[in-house]
Design a protein around this ligand. Sequence first.
Ligand code: SF4
Ligand code: SF4
Length: 287
Amino acid sequence: MRGEARTVVWFQAAGCTGCSVSLMNAAYPDIKNLLLDEIVPGKGIALVFHATLMGPTGRPALEVLEKIPAEEAGEYVLVVEGAIPTAAGGRYGTVGEVPMRERAAELARGALAVLAFGTCASYGGIPSGAPNPTGAVGVGELLRREGIEVPVVNVPGCPPHPRWFVETVVILLARGLPGPEDMDDAGRLKSVYSGLIHEHCPRRPDFDVARFAPYFGERGCLYELGCKGPFTDAACPEHAWNGGVNWCIRAGHPCIGCVEPDFPDSFSPFFRKLSLEEEKATYRGAR
Ligand code: SF4
Ligand code: SF4
């Protein structure tokens, strides 16, 4: 490498680190190419903070977080992984004894853009499931509450496919920030999130002739076993995980709607078909 490198700060809040693990499994490009090589001609990224990947710990590591907003104001991209706990003054989650809420707001204030990677960072996800005792919210909601007007791009998924991160970064580096025409009403890239799983599912022919699997492991559509593919927009059938090897439905597991803003509350119980009333409440219409 390389030409110009856009500084990236990766801030981990209330999550399981699964989104980072997903990114580390990126295949084309792989994580080494992503971090060290040009991603578009003449441009790449410089990942200066990532608690799981970096060598430094303790005070030297925290100093990177604390200096960046002033030293590179308006120049760096902040990636947030995990939800932000806001209840009880934010005491449910701290980084270096400072509430995640304060750290995330401070970093976002100085950023060029925020990329919310994963459903927790995008909308609150699993940590915000009812009754949500920690007051967990997505980073977009935190910014709204704090009056911070930095653009946010949501890249949801539990975890998101690594390709969805790469696609967002390619757009950022090649064209700049995605415009409103590129985004759906949930703040996601339309190029990744604008087709229902149900429309591209290999089990759709079974659905169309009402051949429903009675048990896991049986042939047929998984709708009666709780599949939420008819209410979920994502490119999972096209991209698949582990280098395109497999994905939920091909592996025999119903889609649980993990990329959607109302996940998990409106999509659970995961293994029960929704009632008609629940389906009407969950379906957000064509996007
Ligand atoms: S398995 Fe799910 S996504 Fe696939 S056809 Fe059946 S209901 Fe639709
Ligand atoms: S198929 Fe459904 S549950 Fe599986 S990753 Fe895609 S959106 Fe999430």
